[in-house]
Design a protein around this ligand. Structure first.
Ligand code: THU
Length: 129
């Protein structure tokens, strides 16, 4: 069982947000996750002049998960650059679900909740033939 230090995880998300590339929205976003082997991976949003192809922090974090050894997300925190709690957007909930499943814990304004509460009745790999 992996221990989750939520204060540390939130701090890592705020730190990651400082690396955001967000000249269009001005919103720095950082994501941090504890993985099933205990390591922490982080991501930040990376925007683009072609607005629609910008990447959310959770997406770059999923890339870091794969680039640093793979595994699964156990707990996720998303924060703005000023430390404010941000919820993963709908698309990012699906991205997180791919690598964390229904039991992955998410920091929310209502407390720490499992992904099954954040993305109920999710579509996943098990729904594919
Ligand atoms: N953003 C994220 O990085 N994650 C989310 O879950 C929501 C939105 C970013 C995308 C864009 O760079 C900025 O926040 C404003 O939408």
């Amino acid at each position: 069982m992996v221990e989750v230090d939520w204060d540390e995880l939130r701090a890592r998300a705020v730190e990651a947000a400082q690396s955001a590339y967000c000249p269009y929205s001005g919103l720095r976003v950082g994501a941090a996750a504890v993985c099933d082997d205990g390591r922490v991976v982080v991501g930040c949003n990376v925007e683009n002049a072609s607005y629609g192809v910008g990447l959310c922090a959770e997406c770059t974090m999923a890339g870091q998960l794969r680039l640093t050894g793979g595994g699964r997300f156990v707990a996720v925190a998303c924060r703005g650059g000023g430390g404010e709690l941000l919820m993963p957007c709908g698309r990012c909930r699906q991205v997180l679900y791919e690598f964390g499943g229904p039991d992955c814990l998410v920091d929310t304004p209502s407390g720490v909740l499992p992904m099954s509460r954040v993305l109920p009745d999710a579509f996943g790999a098990e729904d594919l033939p």
